[in-house]
Each structure stands twice: as C-alpha cells, then as structure tokens.
Design a protein around this ligand. Sequence first.
Ligand code: PGA
Length: 253
Amino acid sequence: MRKLLIAGNWKMHGSQSQVRSLIEGIHQGTRNCISIDIFILPTYVHLMLAQQLLQSSAIKLGAQNLYPGSQGAFTGEVSGPMLADIGCQYVLVGHSERRTLFHEDLSSVAAKFKAAVEAGLQPILCVGETRLEREQDKTEQVIAAQLQSVVEEAGAQAFQQAVIAYEPVWAIGTGLTATPSQAQDAHDFIRHFIAKNNVDLANTIRILYGGSMKMENAASLLAMPDIDGGLIGGASLDSVQFSKICEIAQCIK
Ligand code: PGA
C-alpha cells in the first residue's frame, strides 16, 4: 500500500510573514493527517525559515530546483548537497515552468535528477504533455521520452529514491484539470513504464497528480487507483484549501 503524499509548490510566492502564517495554518489544519506524507516547497530564500518552523513537525521540506553540481563557480545557483545540508528531503526536477520558461531540456533535467539522488534528496520528477501534444495524441510518447532520458542518465534503480508527478502542462495554473480518468490513464502508463525495468518498484513508487488540484476535485482524483497524492500549486498558498486537500487524502485510502 502506497502512502499518499501531498506537496505544496509555493513557486515564487511569499514573504517571511506569509511563510510563518502559512506554516502555522497548515500545522493547525493537518493535525489529524497522520497517515499521509505532507511537504512544502518554499522559495530558496525561505527554506531556512521554514526549516526552523518545521522542527519537530511531521511536515517535510523540499526545494523547487537545484544545480547539478556540488559546488563551484556557478553564480546564483544552489546545489543538492547545500539543500540536504539545511534539511531538505525533496527537490522538484523538471517542473514544466522550468522546462518551458527556463529552457531546461531532457538532458539537463536528467542531470538534475541524478544530482538530487547523489545528494541524498528525493527528486520529484515532473512529466506531462502540452495541450497541443495531447491533441496530437502524443501524451504517452512525450511522457516516455521524459522518463527514458532520466533512466539513461541516472539508471532505472535511481527511481527507488524518487517520486514522479504527472502534471499536464495545460492544467497547471489554468483552472483546467485532467479528468480523473485522463489522469488515471497517464499514471497507469507511467507505472507500466517503470514496471518494464522493475515490477516491485513500479508497485511502490508514488505518482502524484498536479494541475489545478483543489479541494473541490481532490477526492475524485485521489480515488483513482494509480494516483498517490497531489502536487499543489495555487491551492497550496491558502492553508485552509491545502489542509482540506490533506484531510481528503487522509480519509480516502
Ligand atoms: P497548480 O500548479 O496547482 O497551480 O496548477 C501545480 C504545479 O505547478 O505543480
């Protein structure tokens, strides 16, 4: 049985006071959510503050990005070992905003995945198709290429330490959500892809759905057999919404 995981991707939002009140609200709202995993992904500059506020909390911390090297002359970048050193356990890799706005290609995403694993972090590998790719019936082809490039760089076993997030690009921040059956089909495809290399791993790896998940649609998505949690953007900036999604996850499986 896979433990559900609910993650809040705060993107480039927040001030110190908002971080304090958001974490306080999530603590209050998720008191009873003891059988799921919860983590938050603040900006780099808020990680230390969040880490202090989460001490002795079951809520875990992650970062939104990393540089694939441990240290050196890479002005403005942050490495995996640095994130691990300040208490991060997770790091997003290949989020569609990074792939599109910051031109991260398949090989740079794969290098980041490998660097995260080497630093002892759990990468959350984001995969998903654009609207055009879906219309052209290329969803599976796109997801397969995104997964395959990581397998080639890091090896299939590196997924032991990873989480995958299926995030259809057309659903991120748009208010559009994949229907539960569209999402289930993609999750099933991803699980079968992993099973080609390792059946046991395919059964245990957690595959999150992301793309306008909110309290109104969380129950129907999380009820799908291959959806093991959510990667929440917009709704994670509201502690009531986010906590409600965690409560739904707590009750559902
Ligand atoms: P959204 O973002 O929930 O605002 O669509 C999800 C994500 O980008 O991970």
